[in-house]
Ligand binder design. Structure first.
Ligand code: GLV
Ligand code: MN
Ligand code: MN
Length: 418
């Protein structure tokens, strides 16, 4: 069976893993940062070395293609993301992005011919600094100029400003929407980011579905005052209100559904000085469940609780919901192809649902889509502790290559092929 170059893949992941790495061990390569640019530069150099041309769209999604024997028909795509969360790990996104490129390199260097074009893709801002699954949502649904104008990052900067200064984008950000006819199938390799595969000593997860994502940005607006002279009963302390709300989130979430999770991952306190009563606190909210109806209820209940809490503390609440990303089942055709590839490689496999969000969630609206998971040691992710064994990296990439070749219609072995 055709296999990836495991040593090259490991080298690539190690090189990429050094970009944005802090002395403390974590990696910060958030979307549209200098580190993201460096990672993209590295990716482009690798494409050039392999004789592959890089294309860009208006949101900075990047594409590399190999034509198929049947000409301009819909292609089989694979990819993931190069951005990370702040202080994240070396495998989330990077594995799937580099493994997809490795598939194209192998197809090229072994002279393999496929009926359909094969395309590797790097999606912009998967980690949702500016918008949940930003780049793939642009491909799925497009954004209006007005929607783009409203998106801001965790530091309060505007997406449109970040994109205007970004060399890794080309064309209008509002015109990235993909015609359905461009895509025949999509498959993404990713680390599991949870403990199940490791606990059951299983090599490969054949993903059955991806969780529904809800979110909001909210602000508690009180009044900034002198911390030394303002009596306790005369304050409108936005941080006290926000803390009260945040402390109640776990109980509310568990009451809505045993499966759901809800997180306030950042707060910004303004003006943020030890001797000033906090005048405003911005908070993020991220909540997830397999069921869209649960997400809708969670959104309503969280907003109601935030409003009640604000009222109790005499502050004002501003609530801005994020786009809800619906749950999606993975397509049977791609699940079958992944399962068959794992079987052919002699790897154990199991069906598994994803609790993390992925770009596949958007691509699934455009064409049959599936995902391949490999074990995460200790189930750790979105943390410097994220780790996947090289043998599992290789297994996953081999399954990806075999799946892509199946879906793209590998043609009978040619003379050049080894
Ligand atoms: C992506 O990593 C997500 O699940 O937030
Ligand atoms: Mn990811
Ligand atoms: Mn992630």
């Amino acid at each position: 069976m055709t296999r990836v170059d495991a040593a090259r893949l490991q080298r690539d992941l190690e090189t990429l893993g050094a970009i944005g790495r802090h002395p403390g061990g974590g990696i910060t390569r958030t979307a549209f940062s200098a580190e993201d640019a460096e990672a993209r530069q590295w990716y482009q150099r690798e494409c050039e070395k392999a004789g592959l041309d890089l294309e860009l769209d208006g949101l900075g999604n990047m594409f590399v293609s190999i034509p198929g024997a049947s000409g301009e028909v819909a292609g089989v795509w694979s990819g993931s993301h190069l951005d990370t969360v702040p202080n994240g790990g070396a495998y989330d996104g990077a594995l799937g992005a580099v493994a997809a490129l490795e598939c194209l390199r192998r197809i090229r260097e072994l002279g393999i011919s496929t009926e359909r074009p094969v395309r590797a893709v790097v999606f912009s801002d998967e980690e949702g600094n500016y918008g949940s699954l930003l780049g793939s949502l642009g491909l799925r649904a497009g954004y209006t100029a007005q929607q783009l104008g409203q998106l801001t990052g965790r530091d309060g900067d505007r997406l449109v400003d970040a994109l205007a200064a970004w060399p890794w984008a080309s064309g209008s950000p509002a015109e990235t929407r993909l015609g359905e006819s461009a895509l025949a199938a999509f498959v993404e390799l990713h680390i599991e980011q949870g403990p199940k595969l490791e606990a059951s000593a299983t090599d490969i997860g054949v993903v059955s579905s991806i969780v529904c994502l809800g979110g909001a940005r909210l602000s508690f607006v009180g009044q900034a005052d002198h911390a030394g002279t303002t009596p306790m009963l005369s304050r409108s302390d936005a941080l006290v209100a926000a803390s009260d709300f945040i402390a109640r989130i776990p109980e509310l979430a568990m009451a809505v559904s045993p499966n759901c999770v809800a997180t306030c991952g950042f707060t910004h306190v303004h003006p943020g000085a030890a001797n000033v009563v906090p005048g405003e606190v911005e908070c993020s909210l991220d909540f997830r469940d397999p069921d869209l109806a649960v997400i809708e209820k969670l959104g309503r209940d969280l907003e109601a609780m935030a409003r009640m809490t604000a009222e109790r503390h005499g502050v004002t609440l501003l609530w801005a919901p994020s786009v809800t990303v619906p749950p999606v089942p993975m397509h049977g055709l791609v699940q079958r192809a992944v399962a068959d590839a794992a079987d052919e490689l002699g790897l154990s496999r199991t069906s598994i649902a994803s609790g993390a969000g992925h770009d596949s969630q958007n691509m699934a609206h455009l064409a049959p889509t599936g995902m391949i998971f490999v074990p995460s040691v200790g189930g750790r992710s979105h943390s410097p502790a994220e780790f996947t064994a090289w043998s599992d990296v290789t297994n996953g990439a081999n399954v990806l290559l075999a799946t892509v070749l199946r879906l793209a219609g590998r043609q009978p072995v040619s003379g050049r092929e080894r």
